[in-house]
Design a protein around this ligand. Structure first.
Ligand SMILES: [Cu+2]
Length: 557
């Protein structure tokens, strides 16, 4: 650990009576047990009983931990869940590290053997639901070997280690881990398999942030049948009458968070779910956003509402107003997209007790490891199949695709198309890749036939692990247009800069790793750095990803 982290400052400042060894041990502890996040002498909320995930933290630059993955019982009031979990809990334990730290997670797969593959098996269907791997969502790390390897398979009855070296200049902030095996991610995450990855760093040392209580909020949409078990999803992952959908925050339904009037807290919010957009707002309060997807801004941005897709994280500072009861909720008023958002109460915030005087931060360290990508660089780029640094990504939904495998549960196909060096299979009649490379007519570039001709290859545009859809080169820059649909776009390994929405420039652009078009056309720019190897881009509606809405990228030197 080269840079100071808040934990080091804590250590330097002494932890009277707290027992440093116990505090920083790799055993699990809860925040309320250890006071780990209590970094200030200011008396905060009178009773802080908000549920927080258990955590493990690195010691001397190394976090070595072990997790057992098995079915476990958890309860929402009297309703019994029986789902795949990390360590038996929803969410799994939080893993806290510093920049430059090494993470090793031994994962013991105690799940039962997978169901045998049925006749007519295709890998773009839910399958091998008890096989998983470990994805460090948002981390800029090696995608190969034991590291953030999306193609690894941890089979039932085996123990596997994930070993990830964080670069010393790695962006600090709020990230999350979850399984990412094609065919089983949605069912596993819908049952609760997700946990925070926190990378500590300079943002934690901003005085107003260091003084604020840190509150983790893992939002999970648990989708189960009436027996509390995750069903095998069909192509719409639709809920049947007997199914249940719960939005939990740290494993609880609408838990209560107490604040004192004037108290400032730092909330790390993660949408650790498989689908649905959340349009966050807190009654009567502004959300002072300091980071998106773990990437710290250079100054806070005041937001009345923040639209997040599954996979997104937002860090916000909140200053409690007058005593009273408020709700952190997601609203659905049909904006910006007519569909996709969900209205749900997430956290009840009770403001009570003696007032406090606390300040909001005005300056932030930004994310120095990310260099903005200029118009001139894009204009000069010769990267990609068109030789101009530009590509189009189109999410294509073939609804009721006639003859699509003849499977009534999967009559809708979720495809990714647009610019591609190697279209996976026969290009269907009427599809001209060059027709979608005209960047002067947005969003017309995104017009792609919904329903394919009957004689087209039904696997066209579906994930094929043997095909590299996009070859990227270290150090080059690219600009991609993500077409206006409802599918959140996530790129592994390298964050990107969202520079325009519907062709209108954002000032300033926003770094992210997941964006939601919500019916809009998005323009992103990125620069692959440091890590070569294979990874993926995909729709972060994870049942879409499992059924084929994913492409393989290869980063070369
Ligand atoms: Cu999708």
């Amino acid at each position: 650990m080269k840079n100071f982290t808040r934990r080091q400052v804590l250590m330097a400042g002494g932890l009277a009576g707290m027992g440093l060894a116990g505090l920083l041990s790799t055993g699990c502890g809860s925040d309320s047990d250890t006071g780990f996040v209590q970094t200030t002498s200011v008396p905060l909320a009178p009773e802080f009983d908000f549920p927080q995930p258990k955590f493990v933290a690195s010691v001397d630059g190394f976090l070595d931990t072990e997790m057992t993955i098995d079915f476990a019982e958890n309860f929402i009031d009297d309703f019994r869940l029986f789902t795949r979990t990390y360590e038996g809990t929803i969410p799994g334990p939080t893993l806290r590290l510093g920049q430059g730290d090494l993470l090793r997670v031994r994962q013991i797969n105690q799940l039962p053997p997978n169901e045998p593959e049925q006749a007519g098996f295709t890998h773009n269907r839910p399958h091998n639901l008890n096989t998983f791997n470990f994805h460090s969502h948002g981390w800029h790390v090696d995608p190969n070997g034991l590291s953030d390897n999306t193609f690894a398979k941890f089979e039932p009855g085996t123990t596997n280690s994930t070993v990830i070296q964080l670069p010393t200049d790695h962006h600090e902030g709020t990230f999350w881990y979850h399984p990412h095996t094609h065919g089983s991610a949605a069912e596993q995450i819908a049952g609760g398999m997700a946990g925070f990855l926190i990378v500590e760093g300079p943002t934690d040392l901003v005085p107003e942030i260091a003084a604020a209580r840190e509150v983790l909020m893992m939002i999970q949409n648990i989708r189960v049948d009436d027996n509390g078990q995750v069903p095998e999803f069909d192509s719409s992952a639709a809920l049947r009458d007997s199914d249940q959908s719960f939005f939990l925050v740290n494993g609880k339904q609408t838990p209560t968070l107490r604040m004192r009037p004037g108290e400032v807290q730092r909330w790390r919010i993660c949408h650790g779910s498989i689908r649905e957009l959340l349009d966050l707002q807190l009654d009567g309060h502004s959300l002072h956003q300091i980071a998106q997807d773990g990437l710290t801004f250079s100054a806070p941005t005041d937001r009345e509402r923040i639209l997040i897709a599954p996979g997104n994280r937002v860090d916000v500072m909140v200053r409690a107003g007058a005593p009273g009861t408020y709700v952190l909720r997601s609203i659905d008023d049909g904006f910006p997209a007519p569909t996709g958002q969900v209205a749900v109460d997430l956290v009840t915030v009770v403001v009570e007790g003696e007032p406090l005087v606390m300040d909001l931060p005005t300056q932030l360290p930004g994310t120095p490891s990310l260099q903005p990508i200029t118009d001139a660089e894009i204009a000069a780029s010769t990267a990609g199949p068109n030789g101009n640094g530009k590509r189009v990504i189109a999410f294509v939904v073939s609804q009721g695709a006639a003859g699509f495998n003849g499977d009534p549960n999967f009559e809708t196909a979720f495809r990714m198309a647009g610019t591609g060096e190697t279209p996976p299979t026969t290009v269907p009649a009427g599809y001209d890749p060059n027709a979608y490379a005209d960047f002067t007519q947005q969003p017309a570039v995104c017009v792609i036939p919904d329903i394919l001709p009957p004689d087209s290859d039904p696997t066209w545009g579906l994930f094929n692990p043997n095909v590299i859809n996009h070859t990227l080169e270290i150090g080059t820059v690219e600009e991609w247009t993500i077409c206006g649909t409802d599918h959140p776009f996530h790129m592994h390994i390298n964050p990107f800069q969202l520079v325009a929405i519907n062709g209108v420039r954002l000032d300033p652009p926003i770094w992210a790793d997941t964006v939601t078009p919500a019916g809009r056309t998005l323009t992103i720019r990125f620069r692959p750095t440091e890590f070569t190897g294979d990874a993926v881009v995909h729709c972060h509606v994870l049942d879409h990803e499992d059924t084929g809405m994913m492409q393989k990228i290869r980063v070369k030197k």
